[in-house]
Design a protein around this ligand. Structure first.
Ligand code: CTP
Ligand code: CA
Length: 227
């Protein structure tokens, strides 16, 4: 490990990674969230540490142990994840957004448990959450090399490419979540790494293996961009 620390592809670099779901409270006992396990983000954190990076993991609520040599900041909501991500962003050389951030949150959080009414239909008002990775990629100062994920069920690379452009990312990892064997809660994944002028397919393997391949590719493209 000491050898990897000196010679790894990310030796001397600081990598900040978001992972897991966010949880958006409705009242003191309820929230809106999603099925993200956090496995991909945690595997990336481990792989980046093994590649010699100093790693900060900004994590939503997950059931995973903190990877060795990784500094974990636990958050719940998208707004907390954004604040934690921006805190110390000037130290990050690379930012990898693997979190499944809730796109919307309840407009307001009830102070007390919401009581069941007599109506059959109950409507919730939601407001859009800030886009964390787009905020980081749009920084005028201390902008890290920024990598996003795109979870898609159709035209995977097409939608990923439009997210790459819209969010001003350097790279995007396109993830086909329509296949139950890969993505969200499974142990395996298969992705396509998309940049402005290239596409690299990484076939189905364990999230741990895939994370190693992804970190290797991301490190390569990062170093090319700083030349
Ligand atoms: N992301 C983020 N903050 C948000 C929403 C998404 O940082 N509020 C990041 C994710 O971590 C991921 C990338 O943006 O790296 C793409 O997320 P995705 O859900 O695929 O894209 P959205 O822009 O939310 O579009 P949609 O869900 O409509 O496909
Ligand atoms: Ca989304």
């Amino acid at each position: 490990a000491a050898e990897q620390f000196q010679h790894g592809a990310l030796a001397g670099k600081r990598v900040c990674i978001t992972a897991g779901p966010t949880r958006e409270p409705l009242d003191p006992v309820r929230y809106i969230s999603n099925h993200s396990s956090g496995k991909m983000g945690y595997a990336l954190a481990e792989a980046a540490a093994d590649a010699g990076a100093s790693v900060r993991l900004i994590s939503g609520p997950v059931n995973l142990p903190a990877p060795a040599r990784v500094e974990v900041t636990s958050v719940e909501t998208a707004e907390e994840m954004l604040a934690a991500s921006l805190d110390g962003i000037d130290q990050c050389d690379l930012f990898i957004a693997a979190a499944a951030v809730a796109d919307y949150r309840p407009v307001s959080v009830a102070e007390h448990k919401i009581k069941k009414g007599s109506e059959e239909i109950m409507e919730l008002r939601l407001v859009k959450n800030p886009d964390i990775v787009a905020t980081v990629a749009g920084l005028q100062e201390h902008r890290p090399y920024t990598v996003g994920f795109a979870a898609e069920t159709r035209d995977v690379v097409g939608y990923a490419r439009s997210k790459l452009a819209r969010k001003q990312l350097d790279l995007i990892v396109a993830n086909d979540v329509s296949n139950p064997e890969i993505g969200f809660n499974s142990d395996d994944n298969a992705v396509t790494l998309v940049s402005a002028d290239d596409e690299i397919s990484l076939p189905q393997t364990s999230k741990r293996q895939l994370a190693r391949q992804l970190i290797e590719q991301i490190a390569q493209q990062y170093h090319q961009s700083t030349q």
